[in-house]
Design a binder for this molecule. Structure first.
Ligand SMILES: NC(=O)c1ccc[n+]([C@@H]2O[C@H](COP(=O)([O-])OP(=O)(O)OC[C@H]3O[C@@H](n4cnc5c(N)ncnc54)[C@H](OP(=O)(O)O)[C@@H]3O)[C@@H](O)[C@H]2O)c1
Length: 269
């Protein structure tokens, strides 16, 4: 049984390897991006390809996946770009994505959609469980598979949102699930440190992505501009600005167990 009260003995494994903590240090590594066919994940995949990483993009829609792979590979660069269809709530499908990738050094989990929204009094158990599956269970699936497969020096980067800190009515079901990802970050980091695998989460504010545009009332450029004008920096972030944060966390070899906020101070205003 796990002893939860005593300080663990120092593990016998060699210390975490040292490599360049700059994005260029990711050249030649393989990154699996779950949720990599749109928005933040796709932008991260593009940046990773630019720095010379081999990238495996994943999402549920085959059409969207094919377009994403073609678009990232078409940007130039020699590193391979692959695609794997997988729903992150399905452990076998995520395992198959790992298998297709072969060696995986880093995993980024950005998969997510609006699930579990609505007044708490009307929230169904099915909707709450679907939100949990899509966020927390997906993160646990990734951690279970990554624990077996990632090499020393590997990393997992998860995703949450600033509504966890700055809630709005009607988001309790969704934020219970997203908040669980933040709680998991520290636990997984402590557990996987023995394997020299790091675990971090990026907590995003509002970014102009297909998810935001599908949220209702923000379909047009003008609607996005107007809504973003009220934020501290006068606009929402771009997908590239969002995607650069997980690249930083993957590259920096000494950050683990952290939730970093990337929101243009939206949480503070
Ligand atoms: N944009 C924002 O303002 C914002 C703010 C806070 C947090 N976030 C979070 O950041 C993450 C990325 O958001 P985004 O704006 O980049 O969204 P997006 O443009 O809609 O991209 C979401 C990606 O996740 C995939 N996906 C969704 N559900 C999936 C599932 N069950 N299994 C596998 N893939 C799935 C989608 O592809 P398929 O649909 O084809 O599967 C797509 O590739 C999400 O978790 C979102 O909640 C975004």
């Amino acid at each position: 049984m796990t002893d939860v009260f005593s300080t663990p003995a120092a593990p016998a494994a060699a210390p975490a390897p040292v490599r360049s903590p700059l994005p260029g240090g990711l050249a030649g590594s393989t990154v699996l991006v779950l949720g990599g066919t749109s928005g933040i994940g796709l932008a991260a995949g593009r940046l990773l390809h630019e720095v010379g990483a081999r990238v495996v993009l994943s999402g549920r829609s085959k059409d969207r996946l094919d377009a994403a792979v073609e678009s990232v590979a078409g940007d130039g660069g020699d590193a391979e770009v692959l695609g794997a269809v997988a729903d992150v709530t399905d452990e076998d499908a995520v395992r198959a994505a790992f298998d297709l990738a072969g060696r995986v050094d880093h995993v980024l989990l950005t998969a997510g959609a609006f699930t579990g929204a609505g007044a708490v009094a009307e929230l169904t158990a099915e909707a709450a469980r679907a939100a949990y599956d899509q966020r927390a269970w997906a993160a646990l699936i990734v951690a279970r598979l990554a624990a077996e497969r990632l090499p020393a020096g590997g990393s997992i980067t998860l995703t949450s949102g600033s509504l966890v800190l700055r809630p709005r009515p009607g988001m309790a079901g969704a934020m219970a699930a997203v908040g669980a990802v933040e709680a998991l970050t520290a636990s997984l980091a402590v557990e996987l440190a023995e394997r020299r695998v790091r675990v971090n989460t990026v907590r995003y504010g509002g970014f102009d992505t297909p998810l935001m545009r599908a949220a209702g009332g923000l379909e047009t450029d003008e609607a996005i501009r107007q809504a973003g004008a009220g934020t501290p920096l006068g606009r929402f972030g771009t997908a590239e600005e969002a995607g650069a944060a997980p690249v930083f966390l993957m590259a920096n070899t000494y950050i683990t167990g952290q939730v970093i906020t990337v929101d243009g101070a939206q949480t503070l205003a």
